[in-house]
Design a protein. Structure first.
Length: 365
């Protein structure tokens, strides 16, 4: 009888063990396609390979990605010049758009499976699936494709942060936007115009300057045709710039410090032109009571980014649906052509965003 009871107990335990083990294996064994590289280098090192689908942690969503995008930070990370922040995915991609596949434990924001979302990421977007904290997610505006939505989070939130969190743009301010034909640049032009500021813009091609003018820049300067400082001062009637948005750095420090207005803010958020300064920078800042502020977005705390996303969702996202603001997509590449997408950005050929198509939009219908 004791043996018989023992067999009954064993039989009741085995199916439970198998079920638990099976569920665990299903999660761990799921594979997805993702952009990979094995060591730093040029675009040719990039390839699409299989990696495990990430598991949701507390407060996270699993997103089925339909589109992602390329950012300068991806180029730097591929080159070995940008360390991945602790706790973030080492897969490239700082933004994505798609559908909520799974709601993780302890989520409280009300997102549900099937919701069309766009997300600000610390990494991992160039893949078929990505996990993201629920507070870094926004609803895709009605009628907007995933490809267009994927062009918004990193780019537009960066521009919003520069103007409203780090800077304090005001009506009638003179704002100088460098790299105005880039994704961040065209977003900054539109958001500056929205704030009733006067927008001055620089870029390296006439096509990029035309785009900046189309979206609100009133004075444009091709920096490859000569110094911009004299023209900026002339057209601002000697006042200079109340706010400078600078992703260039060392190459423009002399001219930036010349055109900065008294009590102006110069916001440095990238170093495309290097970081070396050789001259009287501090003396000029002191004479103008100017502020030089350096900022990044990716390594910021979750609390900071969540507040940024919240305010952006409330104040800016509705303006995409009614056409007041327009995301600008330069081109789309399928995920498998990730190397070509990086070459396109490194060649400075894009006006607006470079989008990666991960899945066909039709799959979401």
């Amino acid at each position: 009888m004791s043996v018989f009871k023992g067999l009954i107990k064993l039989n009741t335990l085995v199916p439970k063990f198998i079920l638990i083990r099976s569920l665990h294996c299903d999660t761990l064994d799921r594979q997805m396609r993702a952009v990979r590289f094995d060591s730093p280098g040029g675009p040719d090192i990039l390839y699409v390979g299989n990696v495990p689908v990430p598991e949701t942690k507390d407060g996270e969503l699993l997103v089925k990605v339909y589109a992602s995008a390329v950012n300068r930070a991806d180029i730097l990370q591929r080159q070995g010049k940008y360390a991945v922040p602790p706790g973030e995915s080492n897969i490239l991609g700082l933004e994505a758009a798609g559908v909520v596949e799974k709601v993780g434990p302890f989520c409280v924001s009300g997102w549900k499976e099937g919701d069309r979302i766009m997300a600000l990421l610390g990494g991992g977007g160039n893949a078929e699936y990505v996990t993201v904290n629920e507070h870094l997610v926004m609803a895709v505006p009605p009628g907007m494709s995933f490809s267009v939505a994927a062009s918004i989070p990193e780019t537009w939130i960066t521009a919003f942060q520069l103007l409203h969190f780090v800077g304090n743009v005001k009506e009638e301010d003179n704002v100088l936007v460098h790299a105005a034909g880039s994704g961040v640049g065209l977003a900054a032009v539109q958001l500056s115009k929205l704030a009733s500021a006067r927008v001055f813009a620089t870029a390296g091609t006439d096509d990029k300057l035309s785009a900046a003018s189309k979206f609100g820049a009133i004075h444009t300067f091709n920096y490859k045709e000569g110094p911009f400082a004299k023209g900026v001062l002339e057209r601002s009637k000697g006042r200079g710039m109340d706010l400078i948005l600078d992703p260039v750095g060392g190459q423009f420090w002399d001219q930036n410090s010349s055109v900065l207005a008294t009590d102006g803010d110069w916001i440095f958020y990238g170093a495309l032109g290097g970081v070396e300064v050789n001259g009287n920078l501090l003396g000029r800042l002191l004479a103008k009571r100017g502020s030089l502020k350096a900022t990044t977005l990716r390594p910021r705390t979750l609390q900071y980014k969540a507040e940024l996303v919240k305010r952006f969702s409330e104040k800016i996202v509705p303006l995409f649906a009614n056409g007041v603001l327009k995301p600008v997509v330069d081109c789309e590449f399928p995920l498998g052509r990730i190397a070509d997408a990086h070459r396109h950005m490194e060649g400075n050929r894009n006006t607006g965003k470079i989008v990666l198509v991960v899945r066909s939009e039709a799959e979401a219908q």
